[in-house]
Write a protein that binds this ligand. Structure first.
Ligand SMILES: Cc1cc2nc3c(=O)[nH]c(=O)nc-3n(C[C@H](O)[C@H](O)[C@H](O)COP(=O)(O)O)c2cc1C
Length: 187
């Protein structure tokens, strides 16, 4: 086995797109890879200071959607450019923002599935950022991405994962097994 010095190489990493409104109600989005589930109804994301964190302080609500092969270029763009520098960031990304039904934050129509979230708490706040804990109050899924059983069909979404080793985006593939089930054969 080859050893590497300590790296944040938890795999696979998500491509989260955080949607917020600024104090004037203008939509913004940023890319975040350092996030995950916290509890059954909560997510946690590690954030440095951004236009997004300013917006979170004002609004206390946000959306989280997931990068796809189709949205990859603009998803990377919103991770490269700050709304502090580019007033037309969402226009340049080419995304259509609509107000989310349950929170004061934008839903970007180009994405299959979106979490509507409220800021529950912020942990370890310092000048370098904080851990955002968000309560998921609702999940939206475009009907064209539903499976026959009416649940979101992850396989249909062309989701991408962030590769922190080579700074890549990798598209997810096919279902290869059943969780809480396939392991039973070894019991
Ligand atoms: C692949 C990728 C992953 C990123 N992950 C994070 C992250 O987890 N936390 C963070 O604070 N910034 C992260 N960023 C940086 C922000 O997305 C970036 O600074 C963005 O321009 C902030 O936009 P804003 O100032 O308009 O909010 C990431 C960027 C990329 C490209």
């Amino acid at each position: 086995m080859k050893s590497f010095p300590s790296k944040p190489w938890l795999l696979p990493q998500p491509v989260l797109i955080i949607g917020t409104y600024d104090k004037e109600g203008k939509p913004n989005a940023m890319n975040a890879a350092w996030g995950g589930t916290w509890d059954m109804h909560e997510i946690v994301i590690s954030l440095s200071p951004h236009a997004t964190t300013d917006n979170l302080d004002v609004q206390g609500e946000f959306t989280v959607t997931f990068g796809t092969a189709e949205t990859l270029v603009a998803a990377d763009y919103v991770g490269l450019v700050s709304a502090k520098k580019e007033p037309d960031k969402i226009g340049k990304a080419g995304w259509t923002a609509e107000k989310a039904p349950n929170v004061n934050a934008p839903v970007f129509k180009e994405f299959p599935m979106t979490l509507e979230c409220k800021v529950k708490e912020t942990l370890n706040r310092s000048e370098t950022g904080y851990m955002l804990v968000g309560e998921i109050v609702n999940v939206l899924c475009d009907e064209q991405y539903l499976a026959a059983d009416g649940q979101p069909d992850v396989e249909k979404m062309n989701l991408i994962t962030y590769d922190p080793v080579h700074y890549g985006y990798i598209q997810l593939g096919k279902t290869v097994g059943r969780a809480f089930s396939d392991g039973k054969q070894l019991k």
